[in-house]
Design a protein around this ligand. Structure first.
Ligand code: MRU
Length: 336
């Protein structure tokens, strides 16, 4: 049972849970202005590719109501659309709302669809999880990350509910610890047996802990299967290949960018030096240390065993199966 409501329309603004404060504090905020909507996304108060999309959809619907001047409204919507560059769900959701006759209804549909899509991903992924599977995962990919039931973590939770008794090795996910703070929290809420580990423990876990599979989410998938996800995912995929362990990505079709051929075209967000040079607000690196802080990396498609989507399991050759995914009927089958 999801105890949190990451995003909701409350009639007067977009209500959201500030995920930066979890697990220690549960604080809901309301975004009313373009700056507040953009700020919540940029600061990672709201994060996770599908969840950002749902939040931005409500946000742009709100701005359409509050900004009468068309040019000002479009400028505000553009700023929201560009608040984070890697997760394609953000631009996809904003464009859907901008193209709709009734922006609020469209935002609500995007949210309802996400809930149904996550259920389908969980059902489709269920078959990939053996009984008593020992699973490595990274970042947070549960309800907090999608405003539905989750992607990779949604599959794991389905396995738990289906009495498969998965055992999860959750990467802490430096530098912002979405794994330690959020994924472990959601694993515990779902009653999944889990241990938290440093990201750098993944190699020895795969060597010594009988890992059966790795499953992660995605922020953008190119037409050839190259996949951007939280920094550290690429390393997990290389390790999984080295150890002969299947590596799965669970993601909705809205995370696939059919307009780009390969991962080199995916913009990678680089975040502030302080995220790396400090820990929990305390500087740990020498004053003035230079920092490289990409928030995401790109896993080449050839390292990915399969994608779990709401439309089914997608396997290689991805240059054929991913363009084919674009043509498949929408799930759920909402009227256009
Ligand atoms: O920087 P974040 O916390 O927004 O990054 C989130 C991730 O990388 C997730 O793995 C991804 O968005 C998939 S969430 C279902």
């Amino acid at each position: 049972m999801n105890e949190f409501i990451p995003v909701a329309w409350d009639g007067d603004g977009v209500r959201y849970l500030d995920q930066r404060l979890l697990p220690h504090e549960v604080r809901y905020e309301r975004a009313r202005t373009a700056a507040e909507i953009e700020g919540a996304i940029k600061s990672l108060a709201i994060r996770g590719a599908p969840c950002i999309g749902v939040f931005a959809a409500y946000g742009v619907a709100l701005l359409r109501r509050t900004i009468a001047d068309d040019a000002r409204f479009l400028d505000a919507a553009r700023r929201v659309r560009e608040a984070r560059p890697t997760a394609v769900n953000l631009a996809w959701a904003v464009d859907r709302v901008l193209g709709a006759d009734d922006p609020l209804k469209e935002a609500q549909t995007i949210h309802e669809e996400q809930i149904a899509i996550d259920e389908a991903i969980a059902q489709n992924g269920f078959e990939l999880i053996p009984k008593n599977a020992r699973i490595v995962t990274i970042c947070n990919t549960g309800p907090l990350a999608t405003a539905g039931g989750g992607t990779a973590l949604g599959v794991i939770i389905a396995a738990q509910r289906g009495a498969k008794k998965p055992h999860v090795f959750a990467c802490e996910t430096r530098p912002l610890l979405q794994g330690a703070r959020l994924n472990y929290l959601e694993l515990s809420q779902a009653g999944v047996d889990a241990v938290l580990m440093a990201d750098s423990a993944a190699a020895i876990a795969m060597k010594r802990k009988g890992i059966d599979l790795v499953i992660a989410g995605a922020d953008r998938v190119a037409s050839n299967g190259d996949t951007a996800n939280k920094i550290g995912t690429y390393a997990l995929a290389i390790l999984a290949a080295h150890h002969g362990i299947p590596f799965y990505i669970a993601a909705p079709r809205s995370t696939f960018d059919f307009t780009i051929a390969g991962g080199d075209e995916i913009p990678i967000e680089e975040r502030s030096a302080e995220e790396v040079s400090s820990f929990a607000g305390t500087r740990v690196a020498p004053e003035g240390a230079a920092v490289y802080n990409p928030a995401f990396d790109v896993t080449p498609g050839h390292l990915i065993t399969a994608f779990v989507t709401e439309c089914g399991i997608i396997r290689s050759p991805y240059v054929e199966s991913i363009p084919d995914l674009e043509l498949r009927p929408r799930v759920p089958a909402y009227p256009a």
